[in-house]
Write a new protein. Structure first.
Length: 201
C-alpha cells in the first residue's frame, strides 16, 4: 500500500504536464523568448502649402499683398482699406456655403469671418477686419503656415512670410506707399502689377 503512493503521485504529475499546450513562440539563441511589440504608425495631417510667391500689388488703387503662382491670378490677398483695417480676399470661384463664412486658421486658433462676394474679372470672397481687431496682431505675429478654409471645402495653405506682418503694420500706420501699374493704368482685383517688396519706394 505504501509502495503505490509514490507511483500514483508520479502519474498525476505526468498528466498535468501533458495537459499544458506547447509555447509556439520561438526562442533566441540565448534561450530568451522574443517579445513582439505592436506596430504603430504615426498619422500626420500636414498639408503642403500652395505653390506660389508673396508679392506687393495694387487692388482698386489700394496697396495689397497677394499670393499665387508667378504670372497667374492670385489665390489670396490682403488689402489695406480706408480705415487702417485689412480686407482678406480669397480669389477664384470658391463656394462659400450656406453660412457664408471663411475660417482663418493660425496654428490651433481658428477665426471665423463673414464674407461677401466681390465681382470683377476674377471673382473673390472678401472679409473685412477692422484695424482694432486682435486678429490683425495675431496674423502679423504668426510665423507659421496660414490656412484659409471657405465653407466645407479644403483649406488653402499659405507659406509663412515676414511680408505679412510688415504689410499689416504698414497698413495700420498709414505709411505704405501705393504701387503704380506698369502702364500707368488702373489695376483691378487681379495681381498683374505685382512687384517685390524691396522694389517699392
Amino acid at each position: 500500500m505504501h509502495r503505490l503512493a509514490p507511483l500514483a503521485a508520479l502519474l498525476v504529475l505526468a498528466a498535468c504536464a501533458d495537459s499544458e499546450p506547447p509555447d509556439p513562440t520561438p526562442a533566441d539563441d540565448d534561450g530568451v523568448y522574443n517579445m513582439i511589440d505592436p506596430v504603430t504608425a504615426e498619422v500626420t495631417q500636414d498639408t503642403a502649402p500652395a505653390i506660389g510667391d508673396w508679392a506687393r500689388t495694387l487692388q482698386d488703387e489700394q496697396p495689397a499683398l497677394a499670393f499665387g503662382p508667378a504670372g497667374a491670378e492670385p489665390l489670396f490677398s490682403l488689402r489695406c482699406d480706408d480705415r487702417e483695417g485689412i480686407l482678406i480676399n480669397r480669389h477664384g470661384l470658391v463656394e462659400a456655403g450656406t453660412a457664408g463664412m471663411m475660417t482663418l486658421i493660425l496654428g490651433e486658433n481658428q477665426h471665423a469671418l463673414a464674407v461677401n462676394p466681390v465681382e470683377g474679372p476674377l471673382p473673390m470672397l472678401r472679409a473685412a477686419v477692422p484695424g482694432n481687431d486682435p486678429l490683425l496682431a495675431a496674423l502679423g505675429d504668426y510665423n507659421g503656415r496660414v490656412q484659409l478654409a471657405v465653407g466645407d471645402g479644403p483649406p488653402l495653405v499659405l507659406p509663412a512670410s515676414p511680408m505679412i506682418g510688415e504689410f499689416i503694420e504698414a497698413c495700420a500706420s498709414g505709411e505704405i506707399a501705393p504701387i503704380a501699374a506698369a502702364d500707368g493704368g488702373e489695376v483691378g482685383n487681379v495681381a498683374n502689377a505685382a512687384a517685390p517688396a524691396d522694389d517699392t519706394p
